[in-house]
Structure formats: structure tokens, C-alpha cells
Design a protein around this ligand. Structure first.
Ligand code: TRP
Length: 333
């Protein structure tokens, strides 16, 4: 069976863009692949954060992922397998400064830091982020990495790192991981459909997968549909966005009949909004129920994840032992 690895940062809330863009796919892939999914808390240290918040958000993300259908035996917390960091260090030594400088995500994030605070502190960790990501993948010899297009460059880097390592140490040791791009619906902010749905814009811009039903309904109801700059007869960005959400939720019949309404000029936005809110609530209800069950025995769930981290760590430890051998590090007794 081919293997998969992917990671997600513990950002607090999980919005529907994250769900349709990543998590839904992770859940499906579990049927056909050996899957390992991690909550990448080491990566979250590369931007300003609070220690207590990080730990809380890490567990929150674990619970959300489980509630969405990720199997506990496939899920672990990155920092509970500290071998990722050791491999990251070793891979640092086969990565050039120049290639990290070319990473666009580093440029974006360091610009973001400079904008938000004049005297920005840009850490070496942020610069080195893609090498740790390569270690996450290579340590399990993963064949495929399901990611969004924004991670294409990082994936290419991890293949270059694998190749350089193999060349330098004279063995085809690491395989070259391939990205698995999935079709991701492009969801826009419901408050400002000129922008992408994103957590960083603030609460009213994204629909929280585990938000209160009431709030979701209100948010959809007040979604911006007309921005005044849409040519007659065309669909505005906000209306298109609602259709997109409807389709992503799998409400294809409603999608079809409302599209027909639009084409005949009879579409009522209130109908579209109601159908979209209903579809979202229907999608979310089983997740919320499962989350409530998981929350009823938090300790047992945490215990389960600790155990899967221990089991997954064994594979990482084996890689590290082989890598230490290949690279000339002293052995540990
Ligand atoms: N960089 C990824 C993101 O921002 C998260 C990530 C960390 C990741 N390690 C990974 C994704 C390993 C895939 C594989 O989305």
C-alpha cells in the first residue's frame, strides 16, 4: 500500500475552506492508503504565538480532525515525535541558503510580519520552515503528500533535498515524494467577496466549521451578494461564492435548480442563502455530534493520540537510526 503524509497547523478554528480544501480529502484517502496526519505544532512556533495558546490549539485541532473522520491511529502530534527535528537538522546541511531564499511563502510571511509590526522579528525558524516540512515527509518515506497548490514549491524542495541527500551519501535512501493536488473550491470571504476566505481577515470573514448553527445561518444570511461592480446578467462574486459553498456541501439538486432560477432571471437571493445555510448545517451536524461525544471523554481521546504518536514514532526512530548510520554520526548506546 502506498503511503501518505500531511500536516496541518493548529490555528485555532477550522473553517469550511480548510475542510473542503484538506480535511475532507484526508478522510477519504484513508480508505486506499497508509495515512499519517500530523498537527504541526513545531511549525506554529515560526510565527509569534503564546505557549498556552499553542498547546490548547494543538489539542483543539486534534479533536476537530477526529470529529471530521480522521482515524485516531492515523493522527499524531508532530512534537511528540521529536525525531522530525533531528532529521530537520541533518537535512539543513544538504539544503542551500539560496534555495530557501527563493521560497515565496517565506517572503509572504516575513512581509506580513514587517507590516504588522514595524520592527519585525523574523526568526531563523520561519526561514527554515520548509526543511522541517521536508523532514516530516521524508522521515516516513511517504509516497504522496496531499496539499494545496500553495505548497507546491515546498514539495519540490523536499524532492531536491531527498535527491541531494541520496547523492551525497551514495544511496537511493529517500524516495521522491509526489504531491496529490485536489480540486479545491475557491471560497471567498462572505463579508468581503473580493477576498479569499481566511482566518487572518477576522471572524466575520470565515465560516467556522464548528461554529454555532445560529451563527452560521446569520452569517450566510448577511453574506454580501452585490458589490455594485458586476456587469448586468453576470453573477457577482458573492453570489458565485454561495453557489460554490452549496456545491462543495454536495447539495447538487438545490445547486441545479437555483442555477436554473439564475439563468431565467428568477433567482431570489434569500432562497439561495437559505439553501446554502441548510446545506452547511446538514454537513456540519454529524461533525458536531461526534465532537460532543469526543469531548465527553477528553482524557480517553488524548490517551489514544498519545498512543498513536508512540506507534508512529517507532517508524521515525528507525529512519533516524539509518540516517545517523549513513551520515557518519556517532551511534547512541
Ligand atoms: N506547510 C503546510 C501548510 O502550511 C503544513 C505542513 C507542515 C505540511 N508539514 C507538512 C503539509 C508536511 C504537508 C506535509 O499547509
Amino acid at each position: 500500500m502506498k503511503s501518505i503524509l500531511s500536516g496541518i497547523q493548529p490555528t485555532g478554528d477550522l473553517h469550511i475552506g480548510n475542510y473542503f480544501g484538506a480535511v475532507q480529502n484526508w478522510v477519504r484517502l484513508q480508505q486506499d492508503y497508509e495515512c499519517r496526519y500530523c498537527v504541526v505544532d513545531y511549525h506554529s512556533m515560526t510565527m509569534p504565538y503564546k505557549a498556552t495558546q499553542l498547546r490548547e490549539n494543538t489539542w483543539k485541532m486534534v479533536f476537530y480532525l477526529l470529529a471530521c473522520g480522521v482515524k485516531p491511529e492515523n493522527l499524531f502530534i508532530q512534537s511528540q515525535v521529536p525525531e522530525h527535528v533531528e532529521l530537520g537538522w541533518i537535512l539543513n546541511c544538504v539544503t542551500s541558503y539560496g534555495e530557501l531564499q527563493r521560497m515565496t511563502q517565506f517572503k509572504d510571511k516575513s512581509d506580513q510580519l514587517r507590516e504588522s509590526d514595524g520592527e519585525a522579528f523574523v526568526s531563523v525558524g520561519l526561514f527554515d520552515y520548509p526543511v522541517l516540512q521536508a523532514a516530516d515527509i521524508l522521515i516516513y518515506h511517504a509516497d504522496f503528500v496531499p496539499v494545496g497548490k500553495d505548497q507546491e514549491q515546498h514539495l519540490e524542495l523536499s524532492r531536491n533535498i531527498a535527491q541531494r541527500f541520496n547523492h551525497q551519501f551514495g544511496k537511493e535512501y529517500f524516495i521522491h515524494p509526489q504531491p496529490l493536488f485536489t480540486e479545491i473550491p475557491k471560497l471567498l470571504s462572505t463579508a468581503d467577496p473580493n477576498r479569499k476566505m481566511s482566518k487572518s481577515l477576522g471572524e466575520k470573514h470565515y465560516i467556522n466549521l464548528f461554529g454555532e448553527e445560529d451563527r452560521i445561518r446569520k452569517q450566510v444570511k448577511s453574506a454580501v451578494t452585490d458589490t455594485g461592480d458586476t456587469p448586468a446578467g453576470e453573477m457577482s462574486a458573492g453570489v458565485k461564492n454561495l453557489f460554490e459553498i452549496l456545491r462543495a456541501c454536495g447539495a447538487l439538486d438545490a445547486h441545479q435548480s437555483l442555477t436554473d432560477d439564475h439563468n431565467s432571471g428568477a433567482l431570489k437571493y434569500s432562497d439561495l442563502k437559505e439553501a446554502t445555510a441548510n446545506a452547511l448545517v446538514e454537513l456540519i451536524t454529524p461533525f458536531r455530534d461526534r465532537l460532543a461525544e469526543l469531548n465527553a471523554d477528553k482524557r480517553a481521546v488524548k490517551q489514544q493520540i498519545q498512543e498513536s504518536s508512540v506507534a508512529i514514532r517507532k517508524r521515525a526512530q528507525q529512519t533516524i537510526q539509518e540516517v545517523r548510520e549513513l551520515t557518519g554520526l556517532a551511534s547512541i548506546k
